[in-house]
Structure formats: structure tokens, C-alpha cells
Design a binder for this molecule. Structure first.
Ligand code: HPA
Length: 273
């Protein structure tokens, strides 16, 4: 964490020099949303490996990049390739991009992810607007020295997901004829999927979906008072609900099937911001 503010300044300076504008919104592209990048016009792509102090992806062949450009008339900065805690990244690295977004003057964040359905009324392939989250099993990214320049020591989490953005997302889904769910996302560290007993416990706690990302980023965004919208793609039913094992291929396959719907929803939302 040492010299965090200085590092952020350097990183932001580098990105600003390339994009030469303040984006209206930052979007983290989770599984099933990678193709959104194809809809961005007048693109400028910035590989993570060129950005000073930016974390580097650990998966060989999966070079991450920031993509700046226009989507439905709005200036967006998309993040293709996120940093998961289960990859072995420190929380500081997982949330560094969010702090860069804020340093660039961005105050709205759309976070997307793939998630397992904990709510038995869900069906794989559905999208869920996140209304709240359960972070109890997540190391808090704000642990350690607090940077008062970024936000308070004890940030409020009572409105982690912005009500106005949720309404825009609901209206967009309606306008597009997409049957959308809403619910509570629970974080689990991964990389092993949860056990059936863990899923039953999460359901008792009030979770509707479970996944291995998003919560650290949202806590960090809210620390800095950014407005957040979260959308999960339910790629599979969580462990123990169906009489079949879970696998990553199913997650990728459903993500791919849903991609068109997911991209059109997020594009529509962006146009209404
Ligand atoms: N559990 C955790 N993370 C996930 C799942 C799941 O079932 N599906 C997609 N990401």
C-alpha cells in the first residue's frame, strides 16, 4: 500500500494522456460480456502491461486491457480481464483498477460477473440485477491503513448498489423485453466451487447468487462514493441444486449463449446514464 496515492497519480496520468477525456462510466466486463468491447466505437486499447503500476494478469495468453471509446453516445472505459483474489492477487491489486477509475474522474461503475444461482427459482442463462451483497467471506479490501483522500475509515454500505441505476437497468430490461431477476450476490473466495452445504447455508443467509468476484471492487468503489450497478449472469445452478457436478466449461458455455442479451442490456443502460 506504500505510496498508493503516488502510484495512482502516475497510472492515471498515463491513461489520461491516451484517452484525453473523462469517461462517463467504467465497466468491468465479466464472463459473458467480453463482446461488449466489439460495440465500442473509436476505440483506444491500452494493454495492462503498458500501464505503470497496473497489476498484471496471471493467466498466460489472457492479456488484459482497458478499452476506451464510445458506446451508444457515452464515453466508456471498459476493463477486459479482471483481477481475482483466487488467482493469488493481493486485495490491493484486485481493487487497484477501481481506484484508477476514480483518479480519472469517473464516478459511475458497472460491474458484471458470472454467478451460480442459489435461488431455486432462477434458471441458467438469466440475468440478475444485484440489489445488495454478502461480503462475510471476503477479506475486506480496505483492511490496513486508510487513505483519507480516498474515503472514510468506516464507509457506509447501506446503499452499495445505486437505486437510481437499478431503476435504469430494470427499465432497460423492460424496454428490450428481457426477463430480468434481481437479488443478493454472495461472495465466496474460490477457486473451488462451493459445497451443497455451503449453498444451503448461503440461501439461509438470504443469498440469491454466488460468485468469486465483484464484492471487493464494489466495497472499494463505495469507499470513494462511486455509484455502482452490478449485474450477474446466472451461468449455472449452484452446487447441490441439480443432481450434477459443476464445471467451468458450463459457466463459459452459458456465458457465451447469453452474451448477445447481456451486451444489448448493458449498451441500453449506458445510453440512459
Ligand atoms: N459458484 C461460484 N462462482 C461461480 C459459480 C458458482 O456456482 N458460477 C459462476 N461463478
Amino acid at each position: 500500500m506504500k505510496d498508493l496515492m503516488k502510484r495512482l497519480e502516475k497510472t492515471a496520468e498515463y491513461v489520461k494522456d491516451i484517452i484525453k477525456a473523462t469517461p462517463d462510466v467504467a465497466i468491468i466486463l465479466g464472463s459473458g460480456l467480453g463482446n461488449l468491447a466489439d460495440s465500442i466505437e473509436n476505440k483506444k486499447e491500452i494493454p495492462y502491461k503498458d500501464i505503470p503500476h497496473f497489476p498484471q494478469t496471471t493467466v498466460p495468453g489472457h492479456d488484459g486491457k482497458l478499452i476506451f471509446g464510445e458506446l451508444n453516445g457515452k464515453k466508456v472505459l471498459a476493463m477486459k480481464g479482471r483481477f481475482h483474489y483466487y488467482e493469488g492477487n493481493d486485495m490491493d491489486a484486485v481493487v487497484y483498477p477501481i481506484r484508477v477509475f476514480k483518479a480519472l474522474g469517473i464516478d459511475k461503475l458497472i460491474v458484471t460477473n458470472a454467478a451460480g444461482g442459489v435461488n431455486t427459482g432462477f434458471t441458467p442463462g438469466e440475468l440478475m440485477i444485484i440489489t445488495d451483497h454478502i461480503s462475510l467471506f471476503c477479506e475486506n479490501p480496505l483492511r490496513g491503513e486508510n487513505y483519507d483522500e480516498l474515503g472514510p475509515r468506516f464507509p457506509d454500505m447501506s446503499c452499495a448498489y445505486d437505486k437510481e441505476l437499478i431503476n435504469i437497468a430494470m427499465d432497460s430490461a423492460k424496454a428490450l423485453g428481457i426477463d430480468i431477476k434481481s437479488g443478493i450476490y454472495s461472495y465466496c473466495k474460490g477457486p473451488s466451487f462451493e459445497t451443497p452445504a455451503e449453498i444451503r447455508a448461503l440461501r439461509t443467509l438470504g443469498a440469491d447468487a454466488v460468485g468469486m468476484s465483484t464484492v471487493p471492487e464494489v466495497i472499494t468503489a463505495r469507499h470513494m462514493k462511486m455509484k455502482v450497478l452490478g449485474i450477474s449472469c446466472i451461468t449455472n445452478m449452484a452446487a447441490g441444486i441439480l443432481d450434477q457436478p459443476l464445471n467451468h466449461e458450463e459457466v463459459l458455455e452459458t456465458g457465451k449463449q447469453v452474451e448477445k442479451k447481456f451486451v444489448s442490456l448493458v449498451s441500453h443502460i449506458v445510453s440512459k446514464l
